[in-house]
Design a protein around this ligand. Structure first.
Ligand code: BEZ
Ligand code: FE
Length: 298
């Protein structure tokens, strides 16, 4: 009788990739198959365990909606997103280090997270996106320049955060619409300023499969306070990042591993009075300053 039986399944699957014409796809899929098979063998995976894993992934997909991206949450909480971000950051930093005229490293990136919403309102510098929202007011200012220190005019800062209780607009059922998010553009000298709230720590969504996973792993679900910024201008490498207040809890145990020392910023607390932009404040407020640096695209 002819021997049809495959004894080395891993080698057999890898042979099926011989006809793959995209070399990068072939490289990645070869590694996916090798690592997946090795993982199954390493832990001596039982059929019921593999079925549970498939059901977990099915639930993860089913939890995704236009407002919720459970797969991003899974990638973030398993640290995969930050490994990808870190590799890209290393490539960017190497380029800046090779530039003899560079005076600054490109601003460090961190996770985008699941709450980015394309098409935020474009607002003038100085606008307050935190007005009427729960949270303590905060004045944000600084500059955007390139890695050689040259200011970048008309650079877009796409800003978003949760409110002072850590709740994002996208998490609110119904017609809440966009809030605590806007796009600002730097002035001719590369300067920006706007008002929002001082961000507070919050738990990532726990009512889905990723929440179940965190509980089973014995982990807390919290992120330190942060405000998100996607900073981009034509001719420069964009950066998606956060600013973290120095005094936020969970800076050393972010559930998505997103903290970078260079992104931890003091938020100075001020008594009521005249703010740096001349605004009369009748309640205490904070101010935070941060200068962004973008690498040239070429
Ligand atoms: C966020 O910062 O918005 C976020 C990032 C990763 C997972 C969940 C939320
Ligand atoms: Fe966030």
């Amino acid at each position: 009788m002819q021997d049809k039986q495959i004894t080395d399944v891993t080698a057999a699957v890898l042979r099926t990739l011989e006809g793959c014409t995209d070399p990068r796809y072939k490289q990645v899929m070869t590694a996916v198959v090798q690592h997946l098979h090795a993982l199954v063998k390493e832990v001596d995976l039982q059929p019921a365990e593999w079925m549970a894993a498939l059901q977990f992934l099915t639930r993860t997909g089913q939890a995704c909606t236009a407002q919720r991206q459970e797969f991003i949450l899974l990638s973030d909480t398993l640290g995969v997103s930050m490994v990808v971000v870190g590799l890209e950051q290393a490539r960017r930093s190497a380029k800046a280090l090779a530039d003899r005229e560079a005076s600054a490293m490109p601003t460090e990136a961190t996770v985008q997270g699941p709450f980015y919403w394309e098409g935020s309102p474009v607002l003038p510098l100085g606008a307050d996106i935190g007005a009427g929202m729960p949270g303590e007011p905060a004045f944000y200012s600084g500059t955007v320049s390139d890695t050689r220190g040259r200011p970048i005019a008309n650079c877009c800062l796409d800003i978003w955060s949760g409110d002072g209780e850590g709740v994002y607009d996208m998490q609110i059922e119904g017609e809440a619409g966009k809030r605590l998010r806007a796009r600002f553009h730097t002035d001719a000298a590369g300067r920006y300023h706007f008002w929002s709230i001082k961000p507070t720590f919050y738990p990532v969504p726990q009512d889905g499969p990723v929440g179940d996973m965190l509980r089973l792993m014995g982990r807390h679900p919290n992120r330190p306070g942060h405000i998100h910024a996607m900073v981009y201008a034509e001719g420069y490498v964009p950066v998606t990042t956060h600013l973290f207040p120095t005094d936020s809890p969970f800076l050393d145990s972010d559930v998505v591993f997103g903290v970078r020392n260079s992104l931890i910023v003091p938020f100075e607390k001020h008594a009521p009075g005249t703010a740096p932009d001349g605004r009369a404040m009748d309640r205490p407020y904070h101010s935070a300053r941060f200068d962004f640096h973008l690498a040239p695209a070429a």
